[in-house]
Design a protein around this ligand. Structure first.
Ligand SMILES: [Fe+2]
Length: 139
């Protein structure tokens, strides 16, 4: 398969060694790339809006999965971690509203913000639960 150049690709160093979570993260980068692609090719607002909605839905589903793992394993840092999830969802929902009301445009800065947040969250917060979840047999 031919490799296309994507600006925001998932990298092996982002792995938390739990395949369902890595797959979710890969999916999130895929949608961020789609958003970038749609923006840089001047695609219709409707497509951008749809992609942004997809990002929100996918993110919510992914956070729910992580939080389910936290609760089934009694992860001690659940509260702090969930707070980060909630703040991120609030932020992207606000961005979407700004975009829909016509106040804000989808910009390269916005897409960079999303990918930077995600990379930081994976490398710092998600990596923290890795050993704990693996101890409970999650693979
Ligand atoms: Fe997380």
């Amino acid at each position: 398969m031919q490799n296309t150049m994507n600006l925001y690709d998932w990298k092996d160093s982002y792995s938390v060694e739990i395949s369902s979570i890595d797959d979710d993260h890969k999916g999130l980068f895929r949608i961020i790339n789609q958003l970038f692609d749609a923006m840089s090719h001047g695609k219709a607002r409707g497509l951008l809006d749809e992609t942004l909605n997809q990002l929100i839905d996918y993110t919510k589903t992914h956070f729910r999965r992580e939080e389910m793992y936290f609760s089934t394993t009694n992860y001690p840092e659940t509260l702090e971690h969930k707070l980060q999830h909630e703040m991120f969802i609030e932020k992207i929902v606000a961005l979407k509203k700004g975009f829909e009301s016509g106040d804000k445009e989808i910009s390269i800065e916005l897409i960079k913000y999303l990918s930077d947040w995600l990379i930081n969250h994976i490398l710092i917060s998600d990596k923290r639960y890795m050993a704990h979840l693996k101890k409970y047999g999650l693979t």
